[in-house]
Design a protein around this ligand. Structure first.
Ligand code: FAD
Length: 507
């Protein structure tokens, strides 16, 4: 990279917000560099509940602006990436002594009508004694409401935004930490450190975006040398994954006695995802992990509803994330606003810095548009918003065309098992064809690492999606980590290290 070139925009952070902004800006012709200190989506953006949702619960906190914007985004995002985003129905059982039925009905009426719902079906009432959704639950839940929201593969949404940004000219540097950001005359001078070799280099840019998620204040204080660094409230949240508790494709929305709610969601075919918790977090977000109290809380809350209790021993995996919520002074973690704030400083001879505080996966595209408006105010250009009608890599097929896409892939590659083809289309959409190339049999896919993970997929992830460790492949690009043994994962790691060595030697 030419150290003397002055780029338009430098972005700190390869989570959904950083990558969404990079894509939008690159698509408008700006020269963009993004640095991520670890893997793409290794921060909060792979630790979410994975819902593209308006946030029914936020209505109780009168967050109408946020809910409306998020509701409208559901169908926009579904059309942009129908492989990794799809509609899901949620069953909300009415529980005596908790929120009254009229309140649930009113909330869902608003949810249905606040905006943007053209394709998703509306709310309906269920008799849980006759509807299959009642089967895995205790018989005391006689009535429920069923409403629509969306599901997203969060980590892949990040990677696909990065991929598209790079395809449009952005430079994406992973395993690259920004260690210093200082103003140098009319631009920023950024010092970057490669986290593998510890080598440093510098990059110059006219404008700096701080999209470091839960690290946003640390970047302001430690990297950019600011004094006022309390803008976000860090709120940790954890999920548990258990063997599947029910066969229904619908998810459950359970109200808890403490006023909070949790979801139980069908996950990765054979599992149920249960979460989340909310607790104030203090420390390095990279160290976030589930606590014993959170495990007990989630097991107890889900067991209030399921006939068969959820036990600690049922847990096959858990994960935690840290929400970087804009600090609006709310007393409880679950009451802090989920809306985002973009705060800019500089201009008129002082190179601008724009910070991202808060935000949801669901609203990342709108956040990027608002960011571009601010950026263009500084850079003195005007361009048109373009992402609402775009598709993300692999998402160039109709929103209801998933099964047809699977059939197309199986026709071109008849040796694929149905479940394998389904998984590849879910992850890569139309690009599954590129990944498989000219293979005529499973043997042509190269080395077999376990279940349906082959060398061809690993190579594709290394070449096109910045994967460099087994964890990148097993826990962020795919969730094969749920099924591979420890030995198989080590074997994959050894393969990837050797492959990188081979590539480095060839360069
Ligand atoms: P991050 O994803 O954390 O990205 C910031 C990145 O910056 C990190 O990858 C980090 O490594 C990098 N970085 C930091 N410092 C540096 C540096 N010095 N140099 C280089 N890189 C650096 N939203 C929804 O819409 N739906 C949900 O269902 C949902 N559920 C959630 C459940 C939980 C438990 C949590 C925690 C959040 C949930 N969210 C949900 C919110 C959503 O996940 C976050 O708002 C979003 O992921 C934040 O993205 P981000 O890009 O701002 O931060």
């Amino acid at each position: 990279m030419d150290a003397s070139a002055i780029h338009d925009i430098f972005i700190i952070g390869g989570g959904i917000n950083g990558c969404g902004i990079a894509r939008d800006a690159a698509g408008r012709g700006y020269s963009v560099v993004l640095a991520e200190m670890n893997d793409l989506a290794s921060g909060t953006s792979s630790g979410s509940t994975k819902l593209i949702h308006g946030g029914l619960r936020y209505l109780e906190h009168y967050e109408f602006r946020l809910v409306r914007e998020a509701l409208m985004e559901r169908e926009v995002l579904w059309k942009m990436a129908p492989h990794i985003i799809w509609p899901m129905r949620f069953v909300l059982p009415y529980a005596k002594g908790l929120r009254p039925a009229w309140m649930l009905r009113l909330g869902l009426f608003l949810y249905d009508h606040l905006g943007g719902r053209k394709l998703l079906p509306p709310t309906r009432t269920l008799d849980m004694h006759s509807d299959p959704a009642g089967k895995p639950l205790k018989p005391l839940f006689g009535k429920a409401f069923e409403y629509s929201d969306g599901w997203v593969n969060d980590a892949r949404l990040v990677v696909l935004n990065a991929r598209d940004a790079a395809d449009r000219g952005a430079t994406i540097r992973t395993r690259t930490r920004v260690v210093e950001a200082r103003r140098d005359a009319d631009h920023w001078l950024l010092t970057l450190q490669d986290q593998r070799t510890r080598a440093t280099d510098t990059v110059r840019a006219r404008l700096l975006v701080n999209a470091a998620g839960p690290w946003v204040d640390r970047v302001l204080g430690g990297v950019a040398g600011h004094n006022d660094v309390h803008n976000v409230r860090l709120v940790g949240g954890s999920h548990i994954v258990v063997r599947k508790k029910f066969d229904d494709p619908r998810a459950y929305f359970f109200q808890n006695r403490d006023g909070r709610i949790i979801f139980a969601i069908p996950y990765e075919a054979d599992f149920t995802l249960i979460g989340t918790t909310d607790r104030d977090f203090d420390g390095d977000p990279a160290e976030a992990g589930i606590t014993d109290a959170e495990v007990d809380y989630l097991c107890a809350a889900a067991s209030e509803y399921f006939l068969e209790p959820v036990r600690r021993a049922d847990i096959v995996w858990s994960y935690s994330g840290v929400r970087p919520l804009y600090d609006d002074g709310a007393s409880k973690a679950q009451e802090a606003t989920r809306d985002y704030v973009l705060r800019a400083e500089g201009g008129e001879g002082v190179p601008p810095l724009i910070n991202v505080f808060g935000g949801k996966i669901t609203t990342y595209r709108r956040l990027a548009e608002s960011m571009l408006e601010k950026i263009e105010g500084y850079l003195g250009r005007r361009s048109k918003a373009w992402t609402a009608a775009s598709t993300l890599p692999g998402g160039d097929f109709p929103h209801d065309g998933f099964e047809a896409e699977v059939a197309r892939l199986r026709k071109a590659h008849p040796y694929l098992e149905a479940a394998h083809a389904h998984r590849l289309v879910r992850l890569y959409g139309t690009r599954a064809q590129t990944l498989l190339g000219l293979a005529k049999s499973a043997e042509d896919l190269g080395r077999h690492f376990g279940v349906d993970l082959y060398e061809a997929e690993v190579r594709y992830l290394m070449q096109h999606e910045w994967a460099s460790t087994a964890d990148d492949v097993l826990w962020r690009r795919t969730k094969r980590g749920l099924r591979l043994t420890g030995e198989q994962a080590e074997e994959l790691d050894r393969f990837m290290i050797a492959e990188q060595g081979r590539r480095a030697a060839a360069e």
